[in-house]
Write a protein that binds this ligand. Sequence first.
Ligand code: MRU
Length: 349
Amino acid sequence: MSQIHDTIRAIRWADDHLLLLDQRRLPHTQVDVVCRSASEVAAAIRDMVVRGAPAIGITAAYGVVLAAQAQAVRVSVADLPAAIEPDLAQLAQARPTAVNLAWALERMRRCLQGESGDAVAALCAEAAAIHEEDIAANRRMGELGSALMEAPVGVLTHCNTGSLATGGYGTALGVIRSACAAGKVRQVYADETRPWLQGARLTAWELVQDGIPVQLIAEGAAAYLMQRGAVDWVVVGSDRIAANGDVANKIGTYGLAVLARHHGVRFMVVAPTSTVDLSVPDGQGIPIEIRSGEELLRLDGQPLAAAGAGAWNPVFDVTPASLVDAIVTERGVLREPNREKILAMMKSD
Ligand code: MRU
């Protein structure tokens, strides 16, 4: 497997504990948080030590392994599913929007069904498989998404969708990695992504680490950049795709999609099928996480806004399918996505 443009791994399993690169401290400090229990894993997800939809799912899967390791010394294999259910419930509640979390927990639950041997070993293998499959899916999506681009392209991305947000390689950033490796990219632009600054702190760091030149822009600069003709594709990830192709992603994504349509710029969403939620008919049914206004009012603990100001901090928004030119999953490319195309793709495994 080529390591070109792909050196970062943020989630590492170590037999009886989980190491998570602390994304709150990047880019200036590289330090791991050690999780030894499911509740420590849930706290790490809630507090954004680890973030990004696929990374949250993978992390939760390892959290289930930690829960099982703790319970396996006191209950039988048959009683293990019930014994760890409170841990699964706690993990499920850590963050609401990324459906990859519920998807991974359900897969870990299914793995235990009918297991009569070494349940902990089975769960460990399942978590590792979820992790490995995610990287493989990202590499496949990278190839498929890159193939849609005609060189030389200007690409604008939002939030962080790279190795830090996934098992490795990345979704939207995986497409950008692939397109760069193919020599197709004229310039990568990254939105700084207020208020948590995933673009400025994480995407820029990843791309610099992997030798891909990047220019940061303030979100407010995106319209002007497009008006100048510098952007051919907006490429983003997703936290949940509804059955009709509506896409939840980091706050600001919807605005970029509107701008892209106005300026004739194409808009690509890159996400594995673990991000598709057929139980939600359209974007209105996707729960949108509202985080503390402190994330807007302060930066690194220092007051940023006028004292006394309030803040509203929804951290995701929903882009209607009609504004999406292509959804790329590991199963293929859906141009002009709609319910029929999404359902056909999900049946096609
Ligand atoms: O709040 P975050 O940082 O977890 O939000 C992450 C995003 O919105 C990503 O774009 C999304 O998870 C897709 S990442 C592969």
